[in-house]
Design a protein around this ligand. Structure first.
Ligand code: ZN
Length: 248
């Protein structure tokens, strides 16, 4: 009994600490957030590889890719990103995902619409998000990729649709280090809604691209459903190891 009451106390204490921290963060950021956003600039298209999304030095990325992805097949037809997964973007994304600061989602979505240039417009184009499992969505209160996708579609004047669903619960990819484990974790984790995407261009939105395992699974399903082209749009790309750009 004693053990149980202590652990209950600890739970309450942890909860209060988390709430206090969230409140403090809200106070800190409500005044500064607009200034931070105004100071920040999304990457220009030539700052990264449009094929895999990795940071690229001047002239390092061409139509055929960059030193990291050249010669390797990619499932999608292009990647648009806002930034590398480093300061301040990494912190903003963590706040969106784990600190209940959902308003970053629509902001990222609007930025992505701008970053996608003219490619977001045109007929037979739809925006969708990498779906969250209902349990994670329930505990978080929202699906951040969907908030981003919705804002991106609205800003670009393009329809938004939930084309994919999670079939099963998966461990958070951020807890798995190797590409092999990440790929195994999301294998068959998604399913396509019964829609025909023949002739459609799809923009698939997510918060972070790391190894690309999750995005690859989703892109394959979209292409199997007939999608002519699938572009990936992410707030940040974690630079691959050995690229010379990753964070130490
Ligand atoms: Zn590349």
């Amino acid at each position: 009994m004693l053990g149980m009451s202590i652990s209950a106390k600890q739970v309450v204490r942890t909860w209060w600490a988390a709430m206090a921290e969230a409140l403090l963060e809200d106070c800190e950021t409500s005044g500064d957030i607009a200034a931070k956003q105004a100071m920040w600039r999304a990457d220009e298209a030539d700052a990264y590889c449009g094929r895999c999304g990795a940071s690229a030095g001047e002239g390092a990325a061409t139509e055929s890719g960059c030193p990291h992805c050249r010669g390797q097949s990619v499932a999608w037809d292009g990647v648009v990103r806002l930034d590398a997964y480093e300061s301040p973007m990494d912190e903003w994304i963590r706040r969106m995902k784990f600190r209940r600061m959902w308003t970053w989602g629509p902001w990222f979505g609007r930025q992505l619409a701008m970053a996608s240039g003219g490619r977001l417009r045109g007929g037979r184009t739809v925006v969708t998000g990498v779906p969250l499992h209902w349990r994670r969505r329930w505990s978080r209160g929202y699906d951040q990729a969907w908030l981003m996708a919705k804002a991106m579609g609205e800003a670009g004047g393009v329809p938004v649709s939930r084309l994919l669903e999670r079939r099963r619960w998966t461990t958070s990819q951020s807890k798995l280090k190797s590409q092999h484990k990440r790929a195994a974790n999301v294998k068959d984790a998604f399913a396509m809604k019964p829609v025909d995407l023949t002739g459609w261009t799809v923009w698939l939105v997510d918060d972070v691209k790391t190894t690309g395992s999750t995005l690859r699974q989703c892109v394959r399903l979209l292409k199997n459903a007939g999608a002519e082209r699938v572009f990936v749009a992410v707030a940040a790309v974690a630079d691959p190891k050995g690229s010379g750009f990753e964070r130490s």
